[in-house]
Design a protein around this ligand. Structure first.
Ligand code: NAD
Length: 477
């Protein structure tokens, strides 16, 4: 069991004012790994009051002062790689090697990018030569409520906190009740880095109590939310009465368009990308849509690759995939696999139940369906597990139509050796990101979605802008 910590408010660790205890279950073993406190509205009031009190002083600091603290945070974050990796691995099931590299690493690289972006960021800019006395000022939006999911905990926390501190905002973080351990370690790091009291506050809690209290709070100026589309809609409605700014990073159902002229690693790459983090990524390429002439070979290759993906406990070293996060998610994935079978898709790898060698823990077989059609549930719903749906297209227009036939619009993928085609498709795909031929986005590129995948952008300079109000000033001297 990991030692229990309570909330971090106004620069101190404090006991909850109300709420209840909650056992965090290790998904690899189904055993409790810690007990945390889930707070209530009184804890939210205390944390928001601390953030509000700290705001004027923090907003007035020079950007260089904030950058110096971010640099200190990067040092502290690096010094605690192993603690952080162990916490993430234990609470949400990422295999320890992957927790040390991608899970920990995503947070680190976002922070480094924010430091760079903050150094280049112009908080005061001229409007243009036609209006020499006008300035456009980027100013901190104020007190921000941050609500995060469990699947890439430090990725999401850092995308918000790194940008918000650079912008001069103060904040209250409510992490997922599935991943509180990494958030507690993160709060310890903020403390050690020396951020002034009240700039960063942490309250653990569930969505309906602490989440609702934060998103409807009079003194919260902005909500920055990452999570499901369902919760994003509820949050938008709750925030509407106070007309606060709401930034949403939501679900996805990415299409991976594989043309017959794609390179010979494209299918394998697509399957492994889908299985990464046990399929629990909002930008997972969960629909592989393949050109008819390459379809049979792609199905065969995808099944072979999926059958070789190893599944095992998160505590074991190695490049396997771990369990999914909890029992509810395991059950939901089982139902969706069964639905795929019932609705007539062809199961070519995996299926329902646990892998044979694992009878305890929330493990799912790496699963591939072929002959999936756009009307099937597994082509429409975000499964959030290691389940790939393969579909067929006849020509480029149909490929685009199928890719865009979803309520989501986060990331789409294209595999083709034809550069002109890739550029055409980049314009036609309705998603915030398009990644082609296995090239991932460069450092500091904006991350975010269209349609019901959300609004706004996180990361780099776009991330800092999102935590700013834009003020037009005339008569500047
Ligand atoms: P979730 O929506 O259930 O929970 C996310 C967070 O929201 C948690 O902290 C939860 O306590 C809180 N919450 C839930 N309901 C709330 C409410 N009504 N008011 C306030 N807070 C509430 O999502 P999850 O299961 O933790 O995460 C998986 C989802 O997150 C997937 O849909 C995934 O695609 C999405 N996601 C999106 C991105 C992105 O950047 N677009 C990144 C990662 C995950």
């Amino acid at each position: 069991m990991i030692e229990k910590r309570d909330f971090y408010i106004d620069g101190k660790w404090v006991a909850p004012l109300e709420g209840r205890e909650h056992q965090v279950i290790n998904p690899s073993t189904e055993e409790p790994c810690t007990v945390i406190s889930l707070g209530g509205p009184k804890d939210v009031d205390a944390a928001v009051a601390a953030a509000k009190a700290a705001l004027p002083g923090w907003m007035a600091t020079a950007p260089e002062e904030r950058i110096a603290l971010m640099e200190k945070l990067a040092e502290v974050y690096k010094s605690r790689t192993e603690d952080m990796a162990q916490a993430i691995s234990t609470e949400m099931g990422a295999p320890i090697e992957m927790a040390r590299s991608s899970q920990w690493g995503a947070g680190y690289s976002h922070l480094k990018n924010f430091i760079k972006a903050a150094k280049d960021f112009k908080f005061v800019k001229p409007l243009g030569d036609h209006a020499p006395n006008d300035r456009i000022i980027h100013e901190a939006v104020g007190v921000v409520a941050m609500i995060t999911p469990w699947n890439w905990p430090m990725n999401q926390v850092m995308l918000k906190v790194g940008a918000a501190v650079a912008a001069g905002c103060t904040m209250v973080l409510k992490p997922s009740e599935e991943s509180p351990l990494s958030a507690v370690i993160f709060a310890e790091m903020m403390d050690e880095a020396g951020f002034p009291a009240g700039v960063f506050n942490l309250v653990n809690g569930d969505g309906m109590t602490v989440g609702t209290a934060l998103t409807g709070h009079e003194d919260v100026d902005m909500v920055s939310f990452t999570g499901s589309t369902r919760a994003g809609i509820a949050i938008s409605k709750n925030a509407a009465d106070t007309l606060k700014k709401v930034h949403l990073e939501l679900g996805g159902k990415g299409a991976n368009l594989v043309f017959a002229d794609a390179d010979d690693k494209a299918v394998k790459r697509g399957v492994l990308h889908m299985m990464n983090n046990t399929g629990q990524s909002c930008n997972a390429p969960s629909r592989m849509i393949v050109e008819a002439s390459a379809y049979d070979q792609a199905v065969e290759t995808a099944a072979e690759v999926a059958n070789k993906v190893e599944v095992g406990p998160a505590s074991e070293e190695g490049r396997h995939i771990g369990p999914v996060v909890n029992e509810a998610q395991w059950g939901k994935i089982q139902d969706l696999i069964q639905k795929g079978i019932d609705e007539g898709a062809r199961l070519v790898a995996g299926g329902t139940g646990r892998p044979e060698h694992l009878n305890r823990g929330f493990y799912v077989k790496p699963t591939v369906f072929a002959d999936v059609t756009s009307d099937m549930t597994i082509a429409r719903e975000e499964i959030f597990g290691p389940v790939l749906a393969i579909m067929k297209f006849e020509d480029e227009d149909q490929a685009v139509e199928m890719a865009n036939d979803t309520v989501y619009g986060l990331t789409n993928y294209v595999q083709s050796s034809d550069g002109a085609r890739r550029n055409r498709l980049a314009a036609k795909l309705r998603s915030g990101m398009v990644e082609m031929n296995g090239e991932s986005r460069g450092a500091g590129a904006p991350f975010g979605g269209m349609k019901r995948s959300g609004n706004g952008r996180e990361g780099g300079v776009w991330g800092i802008e999102d935590f700013c109000e834009v003020k037009a000033v005339s008569g500047w001297s």
